[in-house]
Design a binder for this molecule. Structure first.
Ligand code: ADP
Ligand code: MG
Length: 628
């Protein structure tokens, strides 16, 4: 009699067991690491938990580089397979470069082949037409490629990701024609032959052999890998990721999504051009025929298949996609079928690529705990101080609809103003005006003593204003610590370190109170609603704002969370920050607000002490829709 298959042995449970094994393995490695590194030490904070030493990028990259050299040496540097290793390392450099705009900015650059070709021609002109050594030609290729990338991104970046994709595609198509036409520089249709890689300036100088060329390529790979890592770990790359995840949320932190696209595209194109330059030395002959759109798509597939935003993913993509046609050159049909099958499988099972890297570790300094904190009211600045926000008669129209209609409002330091009103009464639009998200259509607006009627939308957040949104705007590709890091790097203007610390202390107490995983390198995407809400508030607070604008923060929170919220509002106000609280939750309004303003159909219907809101007939009519 056949034994029934034990239930643990079904495919699904096998897969689940395997995943669990890998996970516990990682956790054990993480614990061993944590034991080796004292808690709270800089290393522990940089790495978070869960990964061992192997997780460090410079260990990764040295292992990969060593592997490439050992493989090429064992095949023979001059052998066919040795040349394949060199080509794949070159592809990996190109893929890492492309992953910077694709993975960080979410820009599908179809024009990476253009940067590659520009680099190829730069190296060819430098070392073929002229006799520049390779160590000079490759940096020049980087600079020219970066300049071309910047030129493409300046107009196209305004159009957003898709615009950049289309413009960059157009650029590849035009480039071959430009090269053909500009024959004094590029040799026209004949191209440039005999591109020599030398160390020295002399034409007679020794030419790099295959081994040396591989070493140079591997060295460039290490640099590209570390550049990718550094860019992502630095504030600029983190801002790019934030702008990709949510341009409006990033804008509220003073980040310009357009600028982040310029940076990613420029750096990526420069790295792509170096890879192209190396390719010039490998093939030692360039012509317009080598500029094809196919190559651009190949690079894009490498990055998307490997996992956009992941260094290892890009390298893996380059090896698989770049290697397949070489390995299967004798079976071209099989090659195409495999490609298709692989793409389908990846799209079906791992839509964000084979290796999807999200959050990165970040060094986040906790503000020092102060034993005797200033006790709110006593230290609060006099409320007669210069207003933080002075809006006179501001209005905003959407087509024929007047969403905000001549509202005047003054907020002084430390004052909590509740803005109440039925849905559609213009509360959010008013916050959008006061935070600079929308320009005002009429009236005057003064923030922190500066007339801001005409300021761009990034200036107001930088000047004084932090805000949250009706639906929390957080950045799912960043960890909790990265959110805080981003905000801490963007305090509002002219805040002394001591002031900033006081705000950061409030932000950290929110993280602790809501158990936000600040020490874990884990995407903030899977947090609960309350955690998202408080993360967003913590981010806004840690910018040490002069005015904090909260749009219906109590929605969806439980009683204890609302308690935490009102406590936070009080603490922030006690530091002299004006708080504008859009809220339906009247108990909260009563508990924290100094004044209440009721909006109706875009106009101020009533203003007065919060306790009296309920007793106003006009307000009751507005809420019941009876009209006034
Ligand atoms: P509230 O936050 O008080 O519920 P809003 O400020 O969101 O109200 O909306 C006020 C009015 O303005 C609504 O009629 C809304 O449809 C309209 N509105 C808000 N934002 C826009 C926009 N971006 N485009 C067009 N209409 C808008
Ligand atoms: Mg609203």
């Amino acid at each position: 009699m056949a034994q029934p298959i034990p239930s643990q042995l079904t495919a699904a449970s096998l897969a689940a067991n395997a995943t669990r094994l890998v996970r516990t393995g990682r956790e054990r490695a993480g614990r061993a690491w944590a034991a080796a590194v004292p808690d709270g030490s800089p290393q522990a904070r940089v790495l978070g938990t869960g990964w061992g030493v192997i997780a460090r990028p410079y260990v990764h990259v040295l292992l990969l580089a060593g592997l490439a050299v050992v493989l090429a040496a064992s095949f023979g540097f001059d052998s066919y397979r040795g040349a394949i290793v060199l080509t794949l390392v070159m592809y990996a450099i190109a893929a890492l470069g492309l992953d910077i705009p694709v993975g960080f900015s979410g820009v599908l650059s179809i024009g990476h082949g253009a940067a590659f070709a520009v680099g190829m021609y730069t190296a060819a002109i430098a070392s073929g037409t002229h006799t520049l050594p390779i160590w000079l030609a490759l940096p020049i290729a980087f600079a020219v490629g970066a300049a071309i990338g910047l030129l493409m991104a300046i107009p196209a970046g305004r159009l957003g990701g898709l615009g950049l994709a289309v413009v960059s595609l157009g650029f590849v198509l035009v480039l071959a024609d430009v090269v053909r036409w500009w024959d004094s520089l590029t040799g026209g249709v004949n191209g440039i032959p005999a591109i020599m890689s030398r160390w020295s300036f002399e034409r007679s100088g020794a030419i790099l052999d295959q081994a040396e060329l591989l070493y140079v390529t591997v060295a460039v790979f290490v640099l590209a890998y570390l550049a990718h890592w550094y860019f992502r770990s630095a504030s600029v790359g983190r801002s790019a990721v934030a702008a990709k995840c949510d341009p409006i949320g990033a804008g509220a932190l003073g980040i310009s999504p357009y600028r982040t696209r310029l940076y990613t595209f420029t750096l990526g194109s420069g790295i792509g051009a170096i890879a192209g330059g190396i390719n010039g030395y490998v093939v030692s002959y360039v012509s317009p025929a080598s500029i094809t759109v196919d190559l651009s798509f190949l690079f894009l597939v490498m990055v998307v298949l490997g996992g956009a935003g992941s260094r290892i993913g890009s390298v893996l993509g380059a090896i698989v996609i770049g290697g397949l046609p070489i390995w299967l050159s004798e079976h071209p049909t099989l090659n195409v079928i495999l490609y298709a099958a692989m793409l389908l499988l990846v799209v079906r099972f791992r839509p964000s690529g084979i290796i999807a890297r999200r959050a990165t570790a970040v060094r986040l300094a906790r503000p020092p705990a102060v034993p005797n904190q200033p006790t709110g009211q006593a230290d609060a600045p006099a409320k007669a101080a210069e207003p933080v926000i002075r809006a006179e008669n501001v209005s905003k129209q959407f087509g024929g609809l007047v969403a905000v209609d001549g509202v005047s409002l003054t907020a002084r330091p430390g004052e909590v103003i509740a803005i109440v009103g039925p849905n559609g009464s213009g509360k959010t639009t008013l916050l959008n005006l006061l935070s600079g998200l929308y320009p005002i259509d009429g009236g005057t607006l003064e923030v922190a003593g500066t007339r801001v009627d005409r300021l761009s939308r990034r200036r107001l957040p930088r000047l004084a204003v932090a805000r949250t949104f009706q639906t929390p705007k957080i950045f799912p590709d960043l960890s909790v610590a990265e959110h805080l890091h981003l905000a801490a790097r963007r305090p509002v203007h002219h805040r002394a370190p001591a002031e900033r610390e006081a705000f950061e202390r409030i932000a950290f107490s929110l993280l602790d109170a809501t158990s936000l995983p600040v020490d874990r390198v884990q995407s903030a995407a899977d947090l609960s609603h309350g955690q998202l809400r408080f993360l967003e508030i913590a981010v806004a607070v840690s910018r040490a704002p002069r005015a904090l604008l909260l749009d219906e923060p109590a929605t969806g929170l439980g009683p204890s969370e609302i308690e935490l919220l009102s406590d936070t509002v009080r603490r922030v106000a006690a530091l002299g920050c004006a708080v504008l609280l859009v809220e339906h939750h009247l108990e909260l309004v009563h508990a924290v607000a100094d004044r209440a303003v009721v909006l109706h159909l875009g106009e101020v219907l009533w203003a007065g002490p919060p306790a009296e809101i309920g007793s106003s007939d006009r307000v009751r009519d507005a809420y019941l829709g009876v009209g006034v």
